[in-house]
Each structure stands twice: as structure tokens, then as C-alpha cells.
Ligand binder design. Structure first.
Ligand SMILES: [Zn+2]
Ligand SMILES: [Zn+2]
Ligand SMILES: [Zn+2]
Length: 356
């Protein structure tokens, strides 16, 4: 059921929350970006990305800026090999490792019943657009699986380097030998950096999902995001001190992401405190809907409580067969929420339901 999804817009509390909800229903065609990557300011796959291929049902995109940065980076690193070809190979291999890491996230997310249809590579790394089920365990596994790929790759690179060392490539085939040694280091550095407990890095998200088990989703996200701000500030200082433009850029990107997560967590905490209708449950996340006029009719633009009126707008009598969840942002048919249809046989029927 696709069409009704955009008819009813959640309008809870502040504008921030409303914009967020609207982004879900209209801005994102596929709606499978995760809570955390959705919050991050980064190029979307529609703005200047090349569709490379589709593997296991996952679309792979490459942002155009990757090429620009690749040229600059390869230029800077010239001289570490005798032939620049090896610099190119090393840069491509780095993103090959990043890509495998993102596939780790995407496949783990699918394994636990979530959605993951897109991976994008851009100069600062890769992004897997994953939407795991709203359970801390499912989120934890979707995050941990990425760095685990780096762990699994390490012995492979170590073995290759050791074999090259054993074969005496250091004297006979120096570029290839350095390449293998660098791959091993890159994989190790990627793992260590990603596992820093600084939101929105994987380590920070691991911390978030662990805290989620005993603090709940919103509070744990707030704590992890504030710790992320502290860590990001530290990274920013390091970047300025070391004169590394990339560290500064990554810190800036992380800081923005933390800020948006804090805003989101605060909005979610407000929603958490609302009284609920325990007789109904979201078919997607199992949460009971809040009591109050938090739904907006797209026909008359008035707010109403769709669970009090059983999905009929009291202002214009429009029937809304599907409803958005304020907790997981997904749409579900009212019957799936546990609401018995009241519109059967009424004068304002849009979609008549058969009576069993
Ligand atoms: Zn990751
Ligand atoms: Zn839900
Ligand atoms: Zn209406």
C-alpha cells in the first residue's frame, strides 16, 4: 500500500519534528535512510552521484566529488611509490575496503529484518543507508558488522604482506611490497578510527545501542550525541593542531551530525512523555500511539487525533486509511494498528471495506 503514505503528515510539537516527518514521507522516495545517516548533512544520492552498479539488490553510488579529491590525494602522495600507478591502486583499494565495510552494515541490517538498498561512496568514506528494526539488538548488529569486516580482512592482508616479505619482494618488487604493507595499515587504521566511541562514528553508535538497552532509545541517543560533541571537539583541536584539512572536515561533518541527533533525541523525549493509547500498537515498531491532535489532514490542513476519530478527519470527514508512527516514522494501515474501521457504510466513504 503506497498511495496513502503521503496523505497524512505527522505534526508533533515543533517545526523541527514536522520537517523531519515530512522529509520521511515526501523527500525520501525510498525512505530507507537510517535515523543516523538521515540526520547527517551529506550529499544525497540524487545530488550528483553516479550509479555504479547493483549488487545483491543494493544500489551502489559514487559521488562526483570523489574524483576531485582522489586526484588531489593521489598528487599529494606521489613519491611514496616509484610509479604513480601504485598510488592510484592504493586509493582505489582504500575505497574497496570501505565498500566492503559498508556491505557489512547493509547485509547485517537485512539479516535482522531491516531495509538496506543503497550504499554511497564519497570523499570522506562510505555510507550505507540502513533502516534496521527499532530494537537495540538489531541496531547494534547492523553497526558492529561494518568494523567486523575490517577485522576479518586484517589476517588476509597480513598473510599477503607476510608472503611478499617471505618472497623477498622488498628487494625485487618494492612497490608491490609497500602496497601490501599499506593495505594492512589502512585496514587497521580504518578499524581503529571507526571504533572510536565518538558519535556518529561506528564506535559511538555501538555505545548508543548499548546504552539503549537500559536507557531507552531517546535518552541513550542524547547521551551518545553529547559524548560525540566532546569527541568531535577533541578531533577538531587535533586537526587544527596537526594542520590536517581532512580531520577538520570530518570533525565538522561529525559535529553537524551530533547536533541534529541531539535535536532529534530531545524531540523524541518529548514524545516519549506523552500519554499513550495502549489499545493500539504500531505494526512496525510496536509502540502505542500518543493521545492528542498530532496528525494533520492533508485535505483541510487541520490537526486531529486519528486514533480518537478512527481515521476520519473531524473537520472535513476525509478518511485516512494509513497512519504514520511518531516513533519509527513508518506508515501502517489503521487495521494493522488494531483500529476497527468505522467508515464502513458511512456517507463519507472513500474506500469501502467489506464486512465479514
Ligand atoms: Zn561503519
Ligand atoms: Zn512505529
Ligand atoms: Zn480534514
Amino acid at each position: 500500500m503506497q498511495a496513502p503514505a503521503v496523505r497524512q503528515t505527522l505534526a508533533i510539537g515543533s517545526q523541527e519534528f514536522l520537517r523531519f516527518a515530512e522529509g520521511r514521507s515526501s523527500g525520501l522516495a525510498n525512505g530507507h535512510r537510517t535515523r543516523w545517516s538521515k540526520l547527517a548533512a551529506m550529499p544525497t544520492k540524487r545530488s550528483g552521484s553516479i550509479h555504479l552498479t547493483r549488487v545483491a539488490g543494493i544500489d551502489l553510488y559514487l559521488h562526483w566529488s570523489w574524483f576531485v579529491v582522489a586526484l588531489i590525494e593521489i598528487q599529494i602522495r606521489r613519491g611514496s611509490y616509484n610509479s604513480v600507478i601504485w598510488n592510484v591502486l592504493e586509493y582505489v583499494a582504500l575505497f574497496g575496503i570501505v565498500l566492503l565495510h559498508e556491505f557489512g552494515h547493509a547485509l547485517a541490517c537485512r539479516q535482522v529484518g531491516g531495509k538496506a538498498n543503497t550504499i554511497m561512496l564519497w570523499p570522506l568514506g562510505g555510507v550505507a543507508y540502513v533502516d534496521p528494526p527499532e530494537r537495540p539488538g538489531a541496531v547494534l548488529w547492523s553497526i558492529v558488522a561494518g568494523p567486523l569486516v575490517n577485522v576479518a580482512l586484517f589476517p588476509v592482508f597480513l598473510g599477503a604482506w607476510y608472503a611478499a616479505w617471505h618472497a623477498g619482494w622488498r628487494n625485487t618488487n618494492l612497490d608491490a611490497y609497500r602496497f601490501l604493507a599499506n593495505l594492512m595499515w589502512l585496514d587497521g587504521i580504518l578499524f581503529v578510527f571507526n571504533m572510536l566511541p565518538v558519535y556518529p562514528l561506528d564506535g559511538g553508535k555501538v555505545l548508543w545501542s548499548l546504552l539503549w538497552f537500559w536507557m531507552g532509545k531517546s535518552k541513550s541517543l542524547l547521551v551518545a550525541s553529547w559524548l560525540g560533541v566532546v569527541g568531535t571537539a577533541g578531533l577538531l583541536v587535533l586537526g587544527i593542531w596537526g594542520g590536517s584539512i581532512w580531520t577538520i572536515l570530518i570533525a565538522g561533518y561529525m559535529g553537524m551530525s551530533c547536533w541534529r541527533s541531539i535535536k532529534y533525541a530531545q524531540e523524541m523525549m518529548k514524545v516519549d512523555q506523552l500519554p499513550r493509547r495502549d489499545e493500539y500498537k504500531c505494526p512496525n515498531c510496536g509502540q502505542a500511539p500518543p493521545v492528542g491532535e498530532y496528525w494533520k489532514c492533508d485535505l483541510c490542513n487541520e490537526r486531529f487525533d486519528t486514533f480518537a476519530t478512527r481515521a476520519v478527519c473531524p473537520h472535513c470527514s476525509k478518511h485516512h486509511p494509513a497512519t504514520g508512527c511518531p516513533f519509527c516514522r513508518r506508515m501502517g494501515l489503521m487495521e494493522a494498528w488494531g483500529v476497527q474501521p468505522k467508515w464502513v457504510g458511512s456517507a463519507t466513504v472513500e474506500h469501502e471495506q467489506p464486512i465479514n
